[in-house]
Design a protein around this ligand. Sequence first.
Ligand SMILES: NC(=O)c1ccc[n+]([C@@H]2O[C@H](COP(=O)([O-])OP(=O)(O)OC[C@H]3O[C@@H](n4cnc5c(N)ncnc54)[C@H](OP(=O)(O)O)[C@@H]3O)[C@@H](O)[C@H]2O)c1
Length: 285
Amino acid sequence: MSIVVTGASGRLGRLTVEALLRRGVPASDVVATGRDVARIKDLADLGVVVRRADFADPDGLAAAFEGADKLLLISTTTVDERVANHRRAIDAAVAAGVSLVAYTSMSHADTATTILAATHRATEEYLRERPVPSVLLRNSWYLENYTDQLPLVLRGGAVVGAAGRGRISAAARADYAEAAAVVLTTEGHAGQVYELGGDEAFTLAGLAEAISAATGKRITCTDLPAAEFARVLTGAGLPAGLADVLADADLGMSRDELFTASGDLRRLIGRPATPLADAIADALR
Ligand SMILES: NC(=O)c1ccc[n+]([C@@H]2O[C@H](COP(=O)([O-])OP(=O)(O)OC[C@H]3O[C@@H](n4cnc5c(N)ncnc54)[C@H](OP(=O)(O)O)[C@@H]3O)[C@@H](O)[C@H]2O)c1
């Protein structure tokens, strides 16, 4: 049984490979792929099969996915090229004869209104129409999107965003990775749609309160109109296109589009998801 993980040179993919190994999958049954395989040389040293896979290069994908039984398709980073890239990866998975494609989508991708959700919806629809069993792992936001920003927030004394009072079911990458590993190593997931997120949703104001509690510093929450938030992000050095996508994602959050109370994540991983307070405490260590 060979399990292919795409995007293994990235953070979620690497964590998923590690979770598969922890679950007892022999390293030689795990195929870790990415464009920049130098980043996963250490996985090859553990016996994991490392192959280059660039979704822009369909010919290379046939070799990368050869012999795959199950495949985890981790969504790619470049929003504009995402759908075309995902289609090529799905076509290659079908051609390789996989028995299951698991796709890391986004919360409520079928109904959410954001730019990001549209790319996931298009991928989900394409996957559904292909002759291959599939399972959707609709991930909410990463807790790390916030904990990585802690130094900035502490310097500025404020959480800044455009998510209003929207509830955000963010969860740790490692928890999403563990859920993916469970889906890839147990039966009964074909056709399922999992809405994955943390157990305790929070608003941006709640995030500011949690950071205040963890640090003893007064952190406020500044809620801006989306266009203004995008300007703050470009001012902080983000490219304009990415700033617009992130501000648009915050608008989606204001409509609870990254909120879920499904309990799917904790059910799959068999334990509570990592709480926000623990993630903040870890990041501050
Ligand atoms: N839920 C959230 O909050 C959230 C936030 C940000 C992103 N995401 C989505 O979740 C995905 C995984 O997150 P992450 O944190 O692991 O991201 P990451 O660390 O940036 O990893 C992205 C991975 O995608 C691979 N990739 C990019 N373009 C590719 C292409 N054309 N063909 C093949 N592989 C390609 C990269 O390969 P190389 O490194 O080898 O180039 C890398 O392995 C992201 O790609 C994005 O779609 C979700």
